[in-house]
Write a protein that binds this ligand. Structure first.
Ligand code: PLP
Length: 388
């Protein structure tokens, strides 16, 4: 009979959001009239701009015509979309170095399968859980958790002897955005110590000052020799449900033996992936058009106005608040109150759902994450609850 792979035993059950749901249900049983508002899960809430919706509808309608029907596409995605990404974000790279995906999470998983177990991995702590859990799933040889705390400005020092570093910028959950100097130091360290950076830029579009904070790791000279960038339309354009992302795998990247990472990724992608939805890709093209990009920038601006209002309200209420300036997340420090206790206080006293920071790693204890995704009217309506 089939044996359960033993590494499953190392996993906690998906504890964080199921525990939040359980506590919410318990609370609503006691107080069914409560006006709960969630500042928890980082999901987009604003409707898509009409130019993008029209492109999606058109793409779906074309599938119902003889001339417009298309089946399987290229695994690496439509050339038009890869070219549009290069024009908008990566002028120094080639479209052939862009691989369209169904989202950043799936590509992170594919990369983890490619790199396998024979590597020593470093992960920021706290972090988006996929980096750590996917690495555990691969049973990697070594794992370093790098505490990111106010004391080190949420930028850890990097250990020697690592092969892979996951770097999320701007960061989920801490909201930290790296300056050019900070990111350059990481790239130089990767060159010197010969590790590969898996750079997650899922929140790049939220950077408010791209002259000080790079929106892509390839803004740093030489990064194409040490970094893969994983990225997504999810938070850029509200595509969390539509599903579309991309990864940049520069051709200059090699394994220690000199073999090409680009070649192996291409091969592996063909093996296990059949390309992103053709409808979603046409939607992505509309997002990258001038009109679509302008409209998505306006949605992002609304979210960042929410972030500024929330940050000011939490500060008025006496909390120490990090993030929220170049990322849609506030990272709120409560040195005297454990994360889950504060979660419960917000639930019961303010009817607000926040995310306990301890769910993102040990160094997230005594923090909560507050998401600024939401309708502006909803966010404005709860400011009084935060700071009466
Ligand atoms: N990377 C980070 C840091 C995220 O926070 C998320 C989603 O919340 C993702 C990747 C996943 O993105 P996608 O929806 O493209 O799978």
């Amino acid at each position: 009979m089939l044996k359960r792979p033993h590494h499953f035993e190392r996993f906690q059950s998906a504890y964080l959001f199921s525990e939040i749901e359980a506590r919410k249900a318990e609370f609503l049983k006691k107080r069914p009239e409560a006006q709960l508002v969630s500042l928890g899960i980082g999901d987009t809430k604003l409707p898509l701009p009409s130019v993008v919706v029209e492109a999606l509808v058109r793409a779906a309608a074309e599938l119902g015509t003889e001339e417009g029907y298309s089946g399987y596409g290229r695994t690496e995605g439509m050339n038009l979309l890869r070219e549009a990404l290069v024009r908008r974000f990566y002028p120094h790279l080639s479209p052939s170095e862009i691989f369209i995906s169904d989202g950043a999470k799936s590509d992170l998983g594919r990369l983890q399968m490619i790199f396998g177990s024979k590597c020593v991995v470093a992960v920021q702590d706290p972090a988006y859980p996929v980096y750590l859990e996917g690495s555990l799933f691969q049973e990697v040889e070594g794992l370093h958790l790098l505490p990111c705390l106010p004391e080190n400005h949420f930028l850890p020092s990097l250990p020697e002897g690592i092969d892979l570093l996951y770097l999320c910028n701007p960061n989920n959950p801490t909201g930290k955005a790296l300056t050019f100097e900070e990111l350059e130091a990481v790239v130089r360290c990767a060159e010197k110590n010969r590790f590969l950076i898996i750079y997650d830029g899922a929140y790049a579009a939220y950077i408010q000052d791209p002259t000080r904070y790079p929106s892509s790791i390839y803004a740093i000279e030489g990064a194409e020799r040490v970094a893969i960038e994983v990225n997504s339309f999810s938070k850029l354009a509200g595509f969390t449900g539509v599903r579309l992302g991309w990864s940049v795998i520069p051709k200059a990247l090699t394994f220690s033996c000199g073999g090409s990472i680009w070649k192996d990724f291409s091969r592996f992608n063909q093996l296990l992936f059949n390309g992103a939805s053709n409808i979603a890709q046409k939607g992505g093209l509309a997002v990258l058009s001038d009109e679509g990009y302008g409209a998505t920038q306006r949605s992002i601006a609304l979210t960042m106005e929410n972030a500024a209002l929330l940050k000011a309200a939490f500060e008025r209420a006496g909390y120490t608040v990090y993030g929220g300036k170049h990322a849609p997340y506030l990272w709120i420090h409560t040195p005297d109150i454990p994360s889950w206790e504060l979660f419960q206080i917000f639930l019961e006293e303010k009817e607000l759902i926040v995310t306990p920071g301890s769910g993102y790693g040990l160094s997230g204890e005594h923090f909560i994450r507050v998401s600024a995704f939401g309708k502006p009217s909803t966010i404005r309506s709860i400011l009084e609850r935060i700071a009466p």
